[in-house]
Write a protein that binds this ligand. Structure first.
Ligand code: M6R
Length: 610
């Protein structure tokens, strides 16, 4: 999704802005641009390019900019083609105001018509360009006053950064519905939509909330609302290290993140699991024991991979805490009339904490009286700041667009929550201990699987030319089938579907022939024998079977084409182990097809538009 970075201070802005944009590349984009106040008397100048940031760098080599105030942007097209003209920054008629924008201006069409009737000339097809002209139209005294006046006329969502040659030593930034933060350096200031863009320079940040505007000068910054009332903001410290947002010797972030999972799972559990007592300590829930016992219904809402972990969490909570749980696509939740009471707990799962649909669903659940609990990875993200309580995943930055380590940490966090809710209800201490002990083994078991990654790579060699894949699993492993299929399709562009294994005979079985690989997730759980029957149904029709089995099972040799063994665990935790070979399979297939694994086409790391 779009990215913003801006700089004001004593240093040359150009290289820092480009480097910041490169750190945002993972979010997905199709064009990029930069605007700087040129120190050599050139006034406000912009350079833009379609495609990768390298193209923008070429443009800057051909026509360099020099200065120490600037803003830059990576665009992911919403309104208008991805081309140089539609790339940000956008400027006003005189080229005195330049602006970058994440979000969508909903009333841009009406505003554009009005501005055109007043004589403004538009050059792009974007919604964003109206903002630059609107600021020009209302400009009177200072840049911040003009931005405030303009934003009062705007409907929609925005994170913006604006510079102007009429007020040259300043960046004005504002937020409504699209993340933005201010970085505090030593005598220098940054604005960014994602901390990764500025982590190299500072760890001190101020998160802007909706309706807030920041004014950055060479001497300091302040934050106010759109009525110019000053707001006192706290400074947060970012714990992430720079090496966490670098590839560290791996070919891709995705592979690095897959291999980090023994550590990230450990981090999710650290200090929270009390093995001897079979319960978990979750400090951030902000719910008393009585409030937790009062809950009579759980709704889990999320999108994509996070929705898959929600399905697993629902089964865990129903089975062990005996509370009815429904799982909702966040994008659907607020457009129906869900049953929510003050006894409802709404669990919101989001790696980024910024997914627009998930955020909107959480706000809707809150509005209807539910208590909200965020399972979020990115500290300080909007969902994490707006939920009533939360469980941070502590998986560290996830840069690969395909979510991997966040998924396993989500499942582990849901297991911790299940222990908490279960032990406050019917779950015995013996059962609690059994779950806790199995959880403790996960990091080592994931490592065992990763040590055999080459076995999966060999299987991938057989299938990189496949055009369709089917993933089948039952019980806790049905969501794993969905997740395996999602991983494969998003990075390899191979059509893949996940189904509950027994559902196959109600339709998908028609697709089975020798060109259809079928991945069975069939560890030795309570439905194993049933899944073996489904395997036979596929083999009888010539399908090629890859089976993910657990170590205690007899070999299915003769019945399947490839077997991969995962260590033994309890039913509810098999998703953590079974997901790993499926992540690897997707990775190796996509890599063999020569695709850009970390930045798959059309996808964005966090989807901050509805
Ligand atoms: O940041 P979130 O967990 O809210 O993101 C939700 C989905 O957009 C995300 O999981 C997406 O499906 C990933 N690309 C999956 O790999």
């Amino acid at each position: 999704m779009c990215g913003i970075v801006g700089y004001i201070g004593p240093r040359t802005a150009g290289s820092m802005l480009i480097e910041g944009l490169k750190r945002l590349e993972y979010r997905g984009y199709d064009s990029a641009g930069v605007a700087m106040m040129d120190d050599n008397g050139g006034g406000l100048q912009t350079r833009k390019a379609k495609g990768k940031i390298a193209m923008l760098e070429n443009a800057l080599v051909a026509s360099p900019l020099d200065g120490n105030v600037g803003i830059a942007h990576t665009r992911w097209a919403t309104h208008g083609q991805p081309n140089e003209c539609n790339a940000h920054p956008h400027t006003d008629c005189k080229g005195e105001i330049a602006l970058v924008h994440n979000g969508i201006i909903e009333n841009y069409s009406a505003l554009r018509k009005k501005l055109q009737s007043e004589g403004h000339t538009f050059v792009s097809e974007t919604d964003t360009e109206v903002l630059a002209h609107l600021i020009e139209a209302v400009y009177d005294d200072t840049l911040e006053d003009a931005v405030m006046d303009a934003l009062r006329l705007v409907e929609g969502t925005y994170g913006i950064a604006v510079v102007s040659s009429k007020d040259p030593n300043k960046i004005v930034a504002a937020r409504k519905g699209s993340p933005l933060l201010i970085g505090l350096g030593d005598g220098e200031y940054f604005v960014a939509s994602d901390v990764a863009a500025i982590l190299q320079h500072t760890r001190q940040v101020v998160y802007l909330d909706d309706g807030e505007m920041a004014v950055l000068t060479r001497d300091g910054y302040h934050v106010n609302d759109l009525n110019a009332v000053r707001i006192k903001k706290g400074v947060s410290r970012i714990d992430w290290d720079l090496d966490q947002i670098e590839k560290g010797g791996f070919d891709h972030f995705m592979l690095k993140e897959i291999f980090e999972q023994p550590q990230t799972i450990e981090n999710t559990m650290r200090g929270r699991l009390v093995e001897s007592e079979g319960f978990s300590k979750l400090g951030g829930l902000n719910l008393s024991k009585e409030e937790l016992q009062h809950i009579d219904r759980v709704i889990i809402t999320a999108c994509g991979t996070s929705w898959h972990s929600a399905l697993i969490g629902a089964m865990m909570i129903e089975e062990h805490a005996r509370i009815p749980v429904s799982v909702e696509y966040a994008s659907e939740f607020r457009y129906r009339n869900p049953i929510v009471t003050e006894r409802t707990l709404c669990i919101v799962i989001s790696q980024s904490g910024e997914t627009a649909d998930t955020l909107a669903a959480m706000r809707e659940a809150k509005r209807r009286g539910a208590k909200t609990l965020g399972l979020v990875n990115v500290v300080g993200s909007t969902i994490a700041r707006e939920d009533d309580g939360g469980i941070y995943l502590h998986a560290g930055p996830e840069i690969g667009v395909a979510s991997t380590k966040a998924f396993t940490s989500q499942v582990v966090a849901l297991a911790l929550l299940t222990l908490k809710l279960g032990r406050l209800r019917d779950m015995s201490v013996v059962k609690g201990r059994e779950v806790a002990q199995a959880m403790m083994k996960l990091p080592e078991q994931v490592q065992e699987i990763l040590d055999r990654a080459s076995e999966i790579e060999k299987i991938a060699d057989e299938f990189d030319h496949a055009t369709n894949f089917l993933y089948l699993g039952r019980g806790f492993n049905f969501p794993v089938a969905l997740e395996g299929a999602l991983k494969l399709k998003e990075i390899s562009y191979i059509h893949a579907e996940g189904y509950p294994a027994a559902e196959m005979k109600h339709g998908p079985i028609a697709l089975i022939d020798e060109s259809m690989p079928v991945v069975f997730i069939a560890p030795h759980d309570s439905v194993f024998d049933k899944v073996v029957s489904n395997v036979q149904e596929v083999k009888a029709r010539g399908g090629r079977v890859i089976a993910i089995l657990s170590e205690e099972e007899p070999s299915l040799e003769g019945k399947v084409d490839f077997e991969f063994r995962i260590p033994k665990t309890i039913d509810m935790l098999y998703p953590v182990l079974a997901a790993i070979p499926l992540q690897l399979l997707a990775y190796y297939i996509a890599n063999k097809r020569g695709l850009n694994v970390d930045q798959p086409r059309n996808l964005a790391k966090s989807v901050t538009v509805e």
